[in-house]
Design a protein around this ligand. Structure first.
Ligand SMILES: C[S@@+](CC[C@H](N)C(=O)[O-])C[C@H]1O[C@@H](n2cnc3c(N)ncnc32)[C@H](O)[C@@H]1O
Length: 249
């Protein structure tokens, strides 16, 4: 049986550090940066309800609550949602980061360090599948899907159904490094990243083709870098592409 990597101790610790720990190599905290970009985009729009899909341990959801009346974070990983809920309830959560081999250092994720303690009541977290959301998910002004697309079994199914959760005129923000790993997305479900009819088909072209039924792109795609610490001496440095879409149909 395949174990979901996002349920393991290793990734729980990595993501707590990624969301609430130090920044590395001068690269800004990614979940915070993505929330900042979303809030800039929504500056003149309605900020009643936001949905953070693939929210992991919740940093972007908390950050969006600085301005939104209500934020819902959804993730498939029960462990990630448990961490996000513990942070909401207790305000802090200890975790240990790997240094080398069996050596590790204890850290604490703390909402009060970032003045998020006083707004945490606006955020709720649920373990759910972004491709099969309950009927109560409706009428959001913003949906953010951070680095989710290339973790889905069927990205086309997600892209062709996501409009139903947004209000008309609502904004969809997606970021992804388009890593296209067959263990998450079987090759037959790729929407780009291959050649067809002697032409390159990029993931962005694939996204645009599917979203075209309900959305228009409203900004130029933006590169947003991030760093995830694996050990004291090993880091993943990745450049995600962030795209912004308005629901028009
Ligand atoms: C690469 S991580 C990105 C997490 C977070 N947005 C961030 O940028 O730090 C992908 C996240 O998507 C979640 N995920 C994968 N498939 C999902 C699905 N079908 N529905 C909801 N969440 C899913 C994983 O559990 C994981 O938390």
């Amino acid at each position: 049986m395949n174990i979901n990597p996002y349920e393991t101790d290793e990734l729980v610790a990595q993501y707590l550090d990624f969301h609430y720990g130090n920044s590395y190599f001068d690269v800004k905290n990614y979940p915070e940066k993505c929330a900042e970009l979303c809030l800039q985009l929504m500056a003149k729009g309605s900020k009643r309800k936001a949905l953070d899909l693939g929210c992991a341990v919740g940093r972007t959801s908390f950050e969006l609550a600085r301005e939104f009346d209500e934020v819902v974070g959804v993730d498939l990983s029960a462990r990630f949602i448990e961490c996000a809920n513990q942070l909401k309830e207790k305000g802090s959560l200890p975790y240990s980061v790997t240094d080398e081999g069996e050596l590790s250092t204890l850290h604490t994720a703390q909402l009060s360090d970032r003045q998020l303690q006083q707004i945490k009541g606006k955020v709720s977290f649920y373990q759910e599948d972004a491709c099969n959301l309950g009927a109560h998910h409706q009428d959001y002004d913003l949906i953010f899907a951070g680095n989710l697309l290339d973790r889905l079994q069927n990205p086309e199914q997600f892209l062709s159904s996501v409009h139903q959760y947004l209000s008309m005129g609502g904004i969809l923000v997606m970021s992804s490094p388009y890593t296209l790993l067959a263990e998450y997305t079987p090759r037959e479900n790729w929407i780009g990243g291959y050649r067809i009819d002697e032409k390159n088909m990029t993931v962005l072209e694939g996204i645009t083709k599917v979203l075209d039924a309900h959305f228009t792109m409203i900004n130029k795609p933006l590169d947003v870098p991030f760093v995830i610490r694996e050990t004291k001496r090993k880091f993943q440095h990745t450049i995600a592409q962030l795209t912004t879409w308005r629901r028009i149909r």
